[in-house]
Design a protein around this ligand. Sequence first.
Ligand code: GLU
Length: 551
Amino acid sequence: MDRKKLANLLFPRIKDTPDDLEARYPKRNLPDGAMVTRLGPSPTGFIHLGNLYSALADERLAHRSGGVCFLRIEDTDDKREVEGAVPALLSALHYFGIDFDEGVGANGETGAYGPYYQSARKDIYQCYVKHLVAQGKAYPCFMSEEEIADIRASQEQNKENPGIYGTYAKHRDLSFDDVVSRIGEGEEFVIRLRSEGDDQRYFTVTDAIRGELSMPENVQDVVILKKTGLPTYHFAHVVDDHLMRTTHVVRGEEWMASLPIHVQLFEALGWELPVYCHNTVLMKIDEESGQKRKLSKRRDPELSLEYYQKEGYVPEAVREYLMTILNSDYEEWRTANPDEPLESFDFSAEKMGSSGTLFDLDKLNDVSKNVLARMTAGDILSFMLQWAAEYQPALCSLLTANEDKLVRIFDIDRDGPKPRKDLVYGRQIFEFISYFFDDHFMIRDDFPAECSPKDCKEILRRYLAGYDPGDDNSAWFGKIRTLAGDLGYAVKPKDHKKNPELYKGHVGHVSNVIRIALTGRSASPDLWTIQQIMGADAVKRRIAEAHGLFD
Ligand code: GLU
């Protein structure tokens, strides 16, 4: 049959040839070794940690090598498209420090390789489909869903591999007239690839993360163009990554199984394969079973990026943590280079893990503590203000009215070789310092059991009587020791440890009565410093109020 005629019958509108497109999307002018990467999310509205994990790898690979990282929206599956998904995706990625050089952006599309929405590239895909049909490498298939279901059922019964291949590919060789008459009757069709593959033959590709992969060739006549005229993922990504001159395709390992199809498509089109980098799924240890399992949208709120924004994680902390799970030697590098920006790290695909990456919120929290410990109090304040404006509007005016006080609070015990590390993320930080604000203050912890109510009352009475805001730290603590000694508590904790029978408790218990009265908690940073920040009036008021509790 005249394949060209068939191609023209199926795609009368398409005038461009593959050569036209090659000329329109020329090779990029980049230095040797520069990588071109892309993120290809579907606009489903749910942006998750896996997207960010992949995006960070894309971004690092491109920018470490002087290349380009672009954003392409894979929206050929119109059923799944959610309105507002693209701006949400852009803003979430931007929040975590991922900005693209090219492609879909907040102000439209930039770059010479667009359009960057797959749905706007219909004619480009059809040009190549037409070309494949003209070469006899693809064909229209009119099989109905019922026919396909029947084939599948009989394959299942005969224990054969499911799918449309070999003799099951019934429309491989329809005559031209048959095609004309079916189209005339309004029958819908898809375009399938005519597979030349043999599943007894193996091909190999080198995956940058997993090394050499050897897989059987694809035998299925896969659909490359759907009834809607839009391509399947397989076909779209092959065409786009070729024309957009992507050098490295970083994507989830769930795509590895379809690699034989992709390799076959690149071959059929006569194009060079990009370097595939199949990354791993993010796993967690299930709280109940103790087993490793995939993070799930339904069960794990921490899979969503919004979770980190709402909780108030500083973006650097999330990036820093993701770097530790992306490249195994990152942590070691960070320990040796505490003050370097993460961009200085020698990131590579080869150092990425190839089996389920464990995501651990506790570890993220540890990383976050370190990141916050490296920030200035002023930077933490700016972050808190921004976070509150977006996610905790009720706290905004309180924070804004107390900026100086907050800087002093965040500065407690920050200087020196071992800064305090109790700040983790926005919500936790506010909660941690909330006792500084009367509206949020409450007594949460129990007064120490070593101090009877009568003693508590006496401690608070005497403390208030002797309180002098002008005392320096050692004069202040001297008074607490005297007080402790007078009431039968050991002045030094170790004396109490040695001879517990001689004392009611020790000076730490006494100072904790004061600490709880002032902060509501039995653990806090340095209490003298806290009082300096609170101010004498608030100190006196809280001590008096706590004293009143023991009436
Ligand atoms: N649209 C695909 C997805 O959302 C992207 C896969 C790829 O990066 O090639 O999973």
